[in-house]
Design a binder for this molecule. Structure first.
Ligand SMILES: Nc1ncnc2c1ncn2[C@@H]1O[C@H](COP(=O)(O)OP(=O)(O)OP(=O)(O)O)[C@@H](O)[C@H]1O
Ligand SMILES: [Mg+2]
Length: 509
């Protein structure tokens, strides 16, 4: 083979695996042809799904050709090239019309007498495009070895295939990205906003805004139902990672035995049942945020593994010795007193200090000055729009009562209480929710009348409250076929939390 040709072919072959844009790769190919074959013009066409030939690179032809599409039926020369697996020649005396008539740049072009050569490009038995060469010199192509042109055609086809595959991958990737972003967007619009005008809430908002900008770990603490999850979403949404996902992990609900795989993934065959490899939550969160909810429930073994990922920024899938780098911001939440747990040896001190870089304490509802009216309005508006009723108000007396409650279940409890009262009012076709619609307030009255809860001698508040909690749980289990999930529904609280509370009091269904 001609030495120049070998070099050109090598260059093109090397370009196949380069990062050049598809336009540049096409152009390289055409430039290569120009160097190897005695021609004045050449063109590379792609066959599209509709059956049109689209020029993607030209040489010696007006670049206006690049804006055109050629329907083979209207251009017999192109059609016969497509129909042949071998190179096709049209000599100067060929009667078939030339598709490039009038667009050749060469000075002799007006004579319009020239040689033309074309060959079809196949990838895995499928026609993907054609290549054409034109020369102003009559019989210019007589000397070309068919072998040379076929080699070139094979390379051109490989280029087209390569670019086609990359384009398809990019399109798929882009689509995937779009789907993810849409899902994130949708999820975000479903998240409620953080309502509250109290100075305590203003302070909380300031804290969130400050920490959101950084990449520090955030530890959100606070009683049940104060809105820790809402805070976590808000931190992520205000961070520079907001277009990336925030992956949710409930540490209390991690399946026993599979917890490590859930967090860090596994490789095929790592354990019985691991039929394929799988990415863990940390890998899914790469570039974004991971939200470790109920962090206090994370088993000690996993605490050690989590610490390693935080310290080294890399993880290993279960059963693999490969280290994977991940860039993940950690947000954790707990309603436990982790400092206390550290002191008791139930939580690793080193992990606690790593995650407690920026603590955010969400205040309980009873410490928020004046938030109950706005929150009530907001929560009732949700009920109103759900039921599509024109008006729903809270009687001022009822509001006063609500403001006086301690709300151990915080905003969640307020929401449930209001919703139940609202449903009762709606059932009665009332637009104003009266004191009488509140069952829990009534129940609290009953409790008041029970002297047992109002001891004459000094008894710790905590043990009194716990006594009441214990009785409530037993009552709830009685009322709900002695199953935890139904009892949790009855008490409108999280099943896991109820289960743990029950265990603490040694209650079994
Ligand atoms: N400031 C707020 N404004 C409006 N809604 C709120 C606010 N705070 C909490 N909520 C609502 O109260 C409910 C409980 O909030 P969330 O789930 O975030 O609490 P949590 O602190 O994570 O509780 P837990 O410790 O039990 O998991 C949710 O429905 C949430 O939307
Ligand atoms: Mg929560």
């Amino acid at each position: 083979m001609h030495q120049n040709m070998s070099k050109v072919l090598l260059d093109i072959a090397l370009n196949l695996s380069s990062n050049l844009t598809s336009e540049k790769q096409y152009q390289h190919l055409i430039d290569g042809i120009d160097q190897v074959f005695p021609c004045d013009a050449s063109a590379l066409f792609i066959l599209d799904e509709e059956g049109f030939l689209t020029p993607v690179a030209v040489k010696g032809l007006s670049s206006s050709v690049l804006g055109r599409r050629f329907f083979p039926k209207a251009h017999p020369r192109l059609e016969s090239i497509m129909q042949s697996r071998e190179p096709v020649r049209f000599d100067a005396y060929c009667e078939l019309p030339d598709p490039f008539s009038g667009v050749l740049l060469s000075e002799e072009a007006e004579l319009d007498v020239h040689d033309c050569l074309g060959c079809s490009l196949y990838v895995e038995g499928q026609l993907v495009g054609i290549l054409t060469l034109d020369s102003m010199t009559v019989s210019a192509f007589d000397a070309i070895e068919p072998m040379a042109i076929e080699t070139f055609a094979a390379l051109a086809a490989a280029t087209l295939r390569n670019i086609g595959q990359i384009k398809a991958l990019k399109a798929q990737n882009k689509k995937q990205k779009h789907v993810t972003e849409t899902l994130i967007q949708q999820a975000r619009s479903k998240e409620g906003e953080m309502v509250g005008l109290s100075p305590q809430m203003q302070q909380l908002r300031n804290n969130i805004a400050t920490v959101a900008q950084s990449d520090y770990a955030v530890l959100i603490t606070g009683e049940t139902g104060v809105g820790k999850e809402l805070v976590a979403h808000s931190v992520h949404a205000q961070s520079h990672r907001s277009t990336k996902p925030m992956i949710y992990v409930n540490c209390a609900a991690l399946p026993e035995g599979l917890a490590e795989s859930e967090l860090f993934g596994h490789v095929k065959g790592a354990f019985t049942g691991a039929n394929s490899s799988r990415a863990g939550k940390f890998e899914l969160a790469d570039g974004g945020t991971i939200f470790l909810d109920e962090l206090g429930e994370l088993p000690l073994v996993l605490q050690a593994k989590l610490l390693r990922v935080i310290q080294q920024g890399e993880l290993q899938r279960v059963g693999s010795d490969k280290h994977l780098l991940v860039n993940v911001r950690i947000i954790a939440a707990t309603n436990r007193n982790l400092e206390q747990e550290v002191a008791n040896g139930q939580f690793r001190a080193d992990l606690y200090h790593r995650l407690n870089v920026f603590p955010i304490a969400v205040p309980p509802l009873r410490h928020r000055d004046g938030d109950i009216p706005v929150l009530s309005g907001y929560l009732l508006e949700k009920v109103r729009s759900q039921f599509n009723i024109p008006n729903l108000h809270l009687h001022p007396k009822a509001l006063v009562k609500l403001e006086a409650q301690p709300w151990p279940g915080n905003v969640r409890e307020l929401e449930h209480t209001l919703t139940r009262a609202a449903l009762r009012a709606i059932q009665e076709q009332k637009q104003i929710i009266q004191l009488g619609h509140f069952e829990s307030v009534e129940r609290a009255k009953d409790v008041k009348n029970t002297s047992k809860y109002f001891p004459q001698q000094s008894i710790g508040m905590r043990s009194l409250v716990e006594e009441y909690q214990k009785e409530l749980i037993i009552h709830a289990l009685d009322k709900s076929e002695r199953t935890w999930s139904k009892a949790a529904e009855f008490l409108q609280m999280d099943r896991g939390n109820l289960y743990r509370m029950g265990k603490k009091f040694d209650i079994n269904p």
